[in-house]
Design a protein. Structure first.
Length: 253
């Protein structure tokens, strides 16, 4: 039997590792899973004014090194996808596959950059709970919010417990990221692109464009799901990732 892949799950903004709670059991059956926290909401460490995607990628590389992990499959949702692409650009030899969920490879528009600064200022002035309330309707589809209010409550609590300084720093960091479509075009790494049919933040053409750019890609669109497709359509999401890992393992043996 082929050996298990390492799978590094990289959460989105402004969330934490509990984003992956609906996926852990299914994925741990087929891979060695790591799901670190990027924003370190539970420590007292000082937060820099800006947390760039490159900074997060370096942090993850250090964790892989510390655990003696040479190669891994990266799986990033939204901001986690930005980080995964920054990692792939810098250390392609460490990546055995890449899963990009509800994300994009292009840079922010000027208008989006202004929105990032407004979010940073709001987080610092009004606190994380205000950001949480404003974000939930954008993160979850209308259908999810009406059929699973418990999930909506959990996501709101997840955001509300992040530190405002970390939210501000990551928001400013996202604004600085470059277009990394060329990284996708140049990679020979097997690529899975997953999105939600009703993702209000990343419309379907964004994922289609990434699928076109990446030479060895598969695109999976999960019906009824919004931006947090791994939570909103967990069964479909898990199946897509497990199938991808299986094909990857078969290709290597
Ligand atoms: C995320 O879910 O990580 C963010 O919505 C990404 C973004 O704002 O671009």
């Amino acid at each position: 039997m082929p050996s298990k892949h390492h799978l590094l799950l990289i959460h989105g903004f402004p969330l934490d590792h509990t984003l992956w709670q609906p996926n852990m059991e299914a994925l741990a059956r087929v891979a060695h899973v790591m799901a670190p926290d990027l924003l370190a909401f539970d420590t007292a460490e000082d937060v820099p004014a800006v947390l760039t995607m490159e900074h997060f990628a370096e942090q993850l590389k250090a964790q892989l090194d510390a655990n003696g992990i040479q190669r891994t499959v990266l799986c990033g949702l939204s901001m986690g996808g930005y980080v995964a692409l920054a990692f792939l650009e810098r250390w392609p030899e460490r990546v055995s596959g890449i899963i990009l969920c509800n994300t994009r490879s292009i840079a922010d528009t000027d208008e989006a950059k202004q929105g990032r600064e407004a979010t940073a200022l709001d987080a610092l002035a009004k606190g994380s709970a205000v950001i949480a309330r404003a974000m939930v309707p954008k993160l979850l589809s209308e259908q999810t919010r009406s059929t699973d209010p418990e999930l909506a409550k959990n996501v709101e609590a997840m955001i509300a417990r992040q530190r405002p300084e970390a939210i501000a720093a990551a928001s400013r960091g996202m604004a600085l990221r470059p277009d990394r479509t060329h990284v996708l075009r140049a990679t020979d790494t097997p690529t899975l692109i997953i999105t939600g049919e009703n993702d209000a933040l990343m419309p379907l053409p964004t994922s289609e464009a990434m699928a076109t750019a990446a030479p060895r890609s598969t695109l999976v669109v999960l019906p009824h799901a919004g931006h947090l497709s791994n939570m909103e359509a967990a069964d479909g999401f898990n199946t897509a990732v497990v199938d991808f890992l299986r094909v990857l393992a078969e290709g290597e043996h």
